[in-house]
Design a binder for this molecule. Structure first.
Ligand code: KIV
Ligand code: ZN
Length: 540
C-alpha cells in the first residue's frame, strides 16, 4: 500500500511567529477546531517551553481538539522535551517534535558545537522523547544549508533512535525545487540502503518537508519534495509565518488535488489526502481575522480575486464555460462561486449577465446604448464598478426625463477654527413638491451639504430607522488629473431600508458640487426605481 500524504499544519506555532501576530487561547482553540474540520492530520499547537501562555494553549488544544495528532515543539534537550510532553500527553494522539540545527553556519555561530556534539544531542533527544511518547518527529533545522553527508548521518541516527518522522526544513527559504528534489531523493536512498525501504513505503517512517518562502518558492519546493518521496508536508494557512512565511497549505492541497494526474504519473500512485476542501476559505478567513494578517487579493485559492474575472474576454469565456479560465471550481474550496467583476476591461457579455441577474432582460439596441454609456461615463472613473452603477445607466436611459430632483443652487461656508461649524444651504427643485430650500451643519463642507439635502428632501443618513433613512454604502472622491485645478469625480452608493442600492457619479471642478451632483443622481435613481423599476423590468 502506498502512503498517504500527511498534512502538518503549523499555523499556531510557526504561523504565530509572524511579526505582529499574537493569538489568545480562545482564538487558538477556534482555529485548532477548524483545522481539524478541514482534515489536517497533525496540528503543531505551539512551543510549550517558551512561556506559560504557550504551555497552557498547547495543553488546552491537546484536550479539546479531537480527531487529529497534536504536536508540541521542543529543542533537543530534556527540559524542553519534558515540558512539551506534559503539555500534550492528554491528547488523543500526541507527538513530540524535537529539533536541532545541522548546518555548519548554525553550529558555528548559534550552537557553538561540533558536528559530533550535535549528532549526539539529536540522538539523545529522540531517545528521550521516545521514552515518553510513541510518536516522535525530528527536524534538522537549516537542513538545506547543511552538508548532505553529515545530514544523512543525523537522519539515520535519529531514525535508529526511534523518530517516525524526519523533517528536512528549508528554514531560510534558500533551496530551489530541483535541488530540494535531489536532497530528499538522496536522503531516501540512504534510508533505503540501511533497510528502511518497507518502512518508508508503508508510511511507518516518513520524510517530511517544511519550507519557508524567502524566495517565493515554498510551495514549489514542497511539491518537488513530494515528487522525490516525502510523505509529510508542513505549512500554514495563508502561508503566514516568520519573515516571508511558510508554504501555504491550501496551495499545496489544491495543487495536489488539481494536478493529481501529474502526481499520479510521476509517483506511480495518486497521493491521497483526507481534506474537506470546502473548509479552505472559511479557515483562511478565520486565520486572517484572528491574526489580523490580511490576505492579499491576488493570493492563490483564498484571495478575494482568486476567482474574479474583470476582462471582457475572460468574462465571456467564463460565462460560456467556467473551465475556460478557471482550473478549480471556486465552490470546491468554499467560495460561493466565480465573481464577474465590472471594471475598466469588462465587455457586453458581463454587462448583460449582470443586468440579467438583477432582473433586467434587455434587447440588443438597449444593451448597445447601455454599453456606450458605461464606456464613456463610468468605466474609466471607477476601479471596480458596483452593479448599482449599471442599473443607474438603465434608469437614466429609460427614465431620466422624469427624474424628480434638480439641484438649482448651493452655497457652502467652511470654518477654520473655533466653535462654528461648516454650513451649507441648498435649493432643489422637486417635481412633486415644488422648490425646496434647506440648510445643514456638518463636520466638514461635504457633510454639511449632504445634511442640507437630507433636510430639504426628508431623508436621513444618520442611521435612524425610518422609511426615509438611507445608508451611505460608499462615498469617494478622486481627482481626474493632477494639480489644484483638477476636476473632481465623486461616487456615491446609497442603500434604502429594503436593501436596494442606488449609485451616482458627479463631476465638477468644485468637489463639494461634485459630491452634491453624485448624491442627487443617486437619489433620483432611487426614487425612479422605487416608483417604476419593478414594473419596467416586467414590461421589457
Ligand atoms: O523552519 C524551521 O526550521 C522550523 C523548525 C523548528 C521545524 O520551523
Ligand atoms: Zn519553520
Amino acid at each position: 500500500m502506498n502512503p498517504r500524504i500527511i498534512l502538518f499544519d503549523t499555523t499556531l506555532r510557526d504561523g504565530e511567529q509572524s511579526p505582529g501576530v499574537s493569538l489568545n487561547l480562545k482564538q487558538k482553540i477556534e482555529i485548532g477546531k477548524a483545522l481539524a474540520e478541514l482534515g489536517i492530520d497533525v496540528i503543531e499547537a505551539g512551543f510549550p517551553v517558551t512561556s506559560p501562555g504557550d504551555f497552557q494553549a498547547v495543553q488546552s488544544l491537546a484536550k479539546e481538539v479531537k480527531g487529529v495528532t497534536i504536536a508540541a515543539l521542543a529543542r533537543a534537550n530534556r527540559k524542553d522535551i519534558e515540558v512539551a510532553w506534559e503539555a500534550i500527553r492528554l491528547a488523543e494522539s500526541p507527538r513530540i517534535h524535537t529539533f536541532i540545527a545541522t548546518s555548519d553556519i548554525h553550529l558555528k555561530y548559534k550552537l557553538k558545537k561540533s558536528r559530533e556534539e550535535v549528532l549526539e544531542l539529536a540522538r539523545e533527544a529522540v531517545k528521550f522523547a521516545k521514552s515518553l511518547c510513541p510518536d516522535v518527529e525530528f527536524s534538522a533545522e537549516d537542513a538545506t544549508r547543511s552538508d548532505w553527508k553529515y545530514l544523512s548521518e543525523v537522519v539515520l541516527e535519529v531514525v535508529k533512535a526511534g523518530a517516525k518522522t524526519v523533517n528536512i526544513p528549508d528554514t531560510v527559504g534558500y533551496t530551489v525545487p530541483q535541488e530540494y528534489f535531489a536532497l530528499i531523493s538522496f536522503l531516501i536512498e540512504k534510508l533505503k540502503e540501511e533497510g528502511y525501504e518497507e518502512a518508508l513505503r508503508s508510511g511507518e517512517l516518513r520524510i517530511s518537508v517544511h519550507c519557508h518562502n524567502d524566495l517565493g518558492l515554498a510551495v514549489a519546493n514542497s511539491l518537488s519534495a513530494i515528487l522525490a518521496g516525502a510523505t509529510q508536508v508542513e505549512g500554514t494557512i495563508n502561508g503566514i509565518g516568520e519573515r516571508a512565511g511558510n508554504a501555504a497549505l491550501e496551495e499545496v492541497i489544491m495543487a495536489l488535488k488539481t494536478r493529481s494526474d501529474f502526481f499520479k504519473t510521476k509517483l506511480g500512485y495518486e497521493p491521497e489526502l483526507r481534506v474537506n476542501t470546502r473548509m479552505i476559505v472559511p479557515v483562511s478567513q478565520l486565520v486572517s481575522k484572528h491574526t489580523g494578517m490580511v490576505v492579499q487579493p491576488n493570493k492563490a485559492i483564498v484571495g478575494a480575486n482568486a476567482f474574479a474575472h474583470e476582462s471582457g474576454i475572460h468574462q465571456h469565456g467564463v460565462l460560456c464555460e467556467r473551465s475556460t479560465y478557471e482550473i478549480i471550481n471556486p465552490i470546491d474550496v468554499g467560495w460561493t462561486g466565480s465573481a464577474i467583476v465590472l471594471g475598466k476591461h469588462s465587455g457586453r457579455h458581463a454587462i448583460s449577465f449582470k443586468l440579467e441577474s438583477m432582473g433586467w432582460k434587455l434587447n440588443k439596441e438597449l444593451l448597445d446604448k447601455i454599453f456606450e454609456r458605461y464606456r464613456v461615463e463610468v468605466k474609466d472613473f471607477l476601479r471596480q464598478v458596483d452593479d448599482s452603477y449599471l442599473e443607474g445607466i438603465v434608469l437614466d436611459i429609460l427614465l431620466e426625463d422624469e427624474y424628480r430632483y434638480r439641484l438649482l443652487s448651493s452655497q457652502v461656508i467652511s470654518v477654520l477654527s473655533g466653535s462654528l461649524k461648516p454650513i451649507a444651504q441648498v435649493e432643489i427643485e422637486d417635481r412633486k413638491e415644488g422648490r425646496r430650500v434647506s440648510v445643514g451643519l456638518g463636520v466638514g463642507p461635504i457633510d454639511a451639504a449632504y445634511k442640507a439635502v437630507a433636510s430639504a428632501l426628508g431623508y436621513s443618513f444618520d442611521g435612524e430607522n425610518n422609511k426615509n433613512s438611507l445608508r451611505l454604502v460608499d462615498f469617494h472622491i478622486d481627482a481626474l488629473s493632477g494639480g489644484t485645478s483638477a476636476e473632481g469625480i465623486c461616487g456615491v452608493i446609497l442603500e434604502d431600508p429594503s436593501g436596494h442600492r442606488s449609485a451616482g457619479l458627479g463631476r465638477d471642478g468644485d468637489i463639494v458640487i461634485a459630491s452634491l451632483k453624485a448624491l442627487i443622481k443617486a437619489l433620483n435613481r432611487l426614487e425612479a426605481y422605487k416608483e417604476k423599476g419593478e414594473n419596467l423590468k416586467a414590461s421589457l
